[in-house]
Design a protein around this ligand. Structure first.
Ligand code: NAD
Length: 262
């Protein structure tokens, strides 16, 4: 049975830990680590199995009996820990996919495809996009509709005088390449980052602040000489944790089931 160390004990990390604790994923959760130790302690309190609350990543990485790190923390954590995780000989599942788009992490990802797992997360169709990438994807456009309040964390709007609170109809508030979107919307680029990694091409990101919908909607358009794809995904929030999409959590848990059954 694989022994797992969890990096990040927030919304997604807690759902993953619970899936392991409930036996939905056949693995042992050996360690949890969070920069906010209280978050790690709170999570362990809710679990029947009692993983060790690690003082830092070094402890998990030194432990040779740990097979795999599950990252559910932040892009910064991916930038900081991807190299040491791979150097320690462990596999890693990455949820903060935007963290893999920086030149150094992207290089490590491309050189360690079998060891770095990237679940499809909140979208569908990545299998086809990956297949098409063998001959080349010509163009990908991702249009994401989000309630304005879900974008309020970004300084992008304040700096440009855009008042999200006064938006009353669907409004295109951002358009740019994924690498630029990553700088302005670090919490909103996982889907775009997954598309970029799986397609091996540039992705044009469009963000629509949409007060008319309560779901986050991703519209993906792919053009190639093999197929043209139109994918629309309407995601509901996770019933236990409205801060994350139900599909993203299920996608991660399903991927872990697969990895841990081998
Ligand atoms: N791939 C997808 O489809 C998908 C879906 C949802 C979330 N995510 C990503 O997964 C990550 C976690 O999401 P969440 O909703 O659970 O966030 P969250 O804010 O609820 O939890 C993140 C936790 O990680 C901890 N953390 C952050 N940086 C850290 C670091 N450098 N070292 C140690 N701990 C650190 C935080 O203290 C926090 O407790 C985010 O990066 C998010 O963008 C990806």
């Amino acid at each position: 049975m694989k022994r797992i160390g969890l990096l990040g004990c927030g919304a997604i990390g807690s759902l993953i830990a619970k899936a392991i604790d409930d036996g939905i994923v056949k693995a042992e959760l050996a360690y949890v680590y969070d920069i906010d130790k209280e978050a790690a302690l709170k999570l362990v309190d809710k679990l029947r199995g009692k993983p060790k609350v690690s003082e830092g990543m070094d402890e998990m990485l030194r432990d040779k009996s740990v097979d795999m790190i599950v990252e559910a923390a932040s892009d910064d954590a991916v930038v900081e820990y991807l190299k040491p995780i791979i150097e320690s000989g462990k596999e890693v599942l990455v949820m903060s996919i935007g963290g893999l788009l920086f030149p150094e992490t992207r290089r490590i990802y491309e050189e360690n495809l079998g060891k770095i797992h990237v679940p499809a997360g909140a979208i569908a169709g990545l299998d086809a996009i990956q297949a098409i990438s063998l001959v080349g994807v010509d163009k990908i456009v991702l249009t994401t509709h989000k309630p304005p309040e879900a974008l309020a964390y970004s300084e992008y709007f304040k700096n440009r005088g855009i008042d999200l609170e006064n938006i009353t109809k669907p409004t295109l508030v951002y358009e740019g390449p994924v690498e630029d979107a990553l700088k302005h919307f670090p919490k909103s680029v996982n889907v775009a980052a997954a598309l970029a990694l799986y397609s091996r091409t540039g992705v044009l990101v469009r963000i629509v602040a949409d007060p008319t919908r309560d779901k986050i909607v991703h519209e993906i358009s792919v053009e190639s000489k093999v197929s043209n794809l139109k994918i629309i995904v309407e995601n509901v929030p996770h019933p236990d944790n409205p801060r994350t999409s139900y599909l993203a959590a299920l996608s991660c848990i399903r991927r872990l089931q697969e990895i841990c059954s081998s």
